[in-house]
Design a protein around this ligand. Structure first.
Ligand SMILES: [Zn+2]
Length: 128
């Protein structure tokens, strides 16, 4: 995916059963597109994962599947008590010479496009 489209996004993690085709911020349509993201624990542990994201066509919001993220964190970061999704991993920015090295290992940095913000949004508790 074009890195420009990933830049400066405000991420909202929404419960899977509340995901819709409309932006929770501006009610514009969302475009579903797969992206690789970086999960960052407070203790410094990292995990990367791939999932469908919903990109708003009208504003800077991207909607993420909160239940899936929780599941990934349980498997990938079993000891982490607190974690956040830091941003999108920019696979195109990985040098050719490092393509066969696992990300984040042997001095291979993880290039990522940081979210402008990340927020857990529990629509169950916020619904009126
Ligand atoms: Zn929007």
């Amino acid at each position: 995916m074009n890195a420009d489209k990933l830049r400066g996004r405000r991420a909202l993690a929404v419960a899977a059963d509340s995901l819709s085709q409309q932006c929770p911020n501006c009610a514009q349509p969302l475009e579903v597109s797969s992206a690789v993201m970086l999960l960052l624990a407070r203790n410094g542990e990292k995990s990367i994962f791939n999932n469908d994201c919903r990109f708003c066509l009208g504003c800077d919001v991207v909607v993420l599947d909160a239940d899936y993220i929780q599941e990934i964190a349980q498997h990938g970061l079993p000891t982490a008590r607190s974690f956040t999704v830091a941003g999108f991993v920019d696979l195109a920015a990985i040098p050719e010479s490092q393509k066969n090295t696992p990300l984040g290992q042997n001095g291979n940095p993880i290039p990522f496009v940081e979210f402008a913000s990340f927020e857990w949004r529990d629509s169950k508790s916020s619904s009126k």
